[in-house]
Design a protein around this ligand. Sequence first.
Ligand SMILES: *[C@@H]1O[C@H](CO)[C@@H](O)[C@H](O)[C@H]1NC(C)=O
Ligand SMILES: *[C@@H]1O[C@H](CO)[C@@H](O)[C@H](O)[C@H]1NC(C)=O
Length: 358
Amino acid sequence: MGGYTPEGGGGRAARPGRYPPLASLVVSTIAAFSAVIVIAVLHSSRALFTVWSLLQLMRRYPGRVPDVDLMLDCMDRPAINRTEHTGEGAPPPPPLFRYCTTRDHFDIPFPDWSFWGWPETHIEPWTREFRSVKQGSRRVRWPDRVPTAYWKGNPDVASPLRLALLACNDTNLWRAEIMRQNWEEEAKSGYQNSKLSSQCTHRYKIYAEGFAWSVSLKYILSCGSMALLIDPLYQDFFSRGLEPRVNHWPVSTVGMCESIRDAVEWGNAHPEEAERVGKRGQRLMQELGMDTVYDYMLHLLTEYAALLDFRPAPPHSSQEACAGSVLCLADDHQRRFLEASAAYPATAGPCSMPPSDG
Ligand SMILES: *[C@@H]1O[C@H](CO)[C@@H](O)[C@H](O)[C@H]1NC(C)=O
Ligand SMILES: *[C@@H]1O[C@H](CO)[C@@H](O)[C@H](O)[C@H]1NC(C)=O
């Protein structure tokens, strides 16, 4: 991946090219060309969709996306350990964007690819997927939903949490149904049973992190069922909107099955309050429309650009990715998702940022 040498003067302290081994995607957005310059990339569908997301941001806000060089790691787990970059003599943290972070890391959260669609699992771009899950959620009124907690997913993702969750699969003892998502079977049946819009059948839906954060959180909250969040360790860019007992219910990893049972029994004893928690979770997802996602990206890149002490310029070995060439790199299946998630120029400016607390 090397070969990215700083050129064109200026300070270098923050130059992301200094840390190439960490990142699977190194890009520049150069506003003048409305282009994303791909400097280094480990080829993956995630990277392709993330380059696409930056291009759509420039389409939505022509001329407003600043020139930046940035490194984004498309892998799951955060890497910039806060302790190792805090205190006297510690090296400053390299700015690394990633789909999630934790309280103990300096990774900078960036919206993950699934907002533009996830072709491998047939999940549509977020605008469409949310609409379809919300419609699906209207099919069974909350009081008519199964009064237990439901989880369906893949437990085989090197996640001790999900393995432990299998032990709670007992509706009599723990009021929980834990189902395995079998992608091979799903592929054979044309993904009919994995449709998220037909999974709003239970009053309570469990969210369990996988190897790191899981993109499933937004789909789970969209059902309007009370979401039971098992002690999330990872945060994505919208996690700060999550308020325990307001728009979701916290579940502890210690005594997890008991904690799930207690949440369900509380909800069944207080159905109106539990329904309201579910509705507020769904509303939070409604408010997380693509306009909000793009505004977050724009504000983030603008703040980040203000900290750069050099002028980004594309290096010789880079490839310019305009929308057309991303579409060419995509296979037919991916292309359908990319085209369905294309952005249009905004008719109004971005939301304004509230002043920071400091
Ligand atoms: C960060 O580094 C410290 C010291 O090297 C270590 O004790 C700690 O477990 C690390 N934290 C994470 C989240 O990896
Ligand atoms: C959980 O229990 C149900 C009902 O007994 C069963 O159908 C299902 O396969 C179990 N889930 C897992 C992951 O074993």
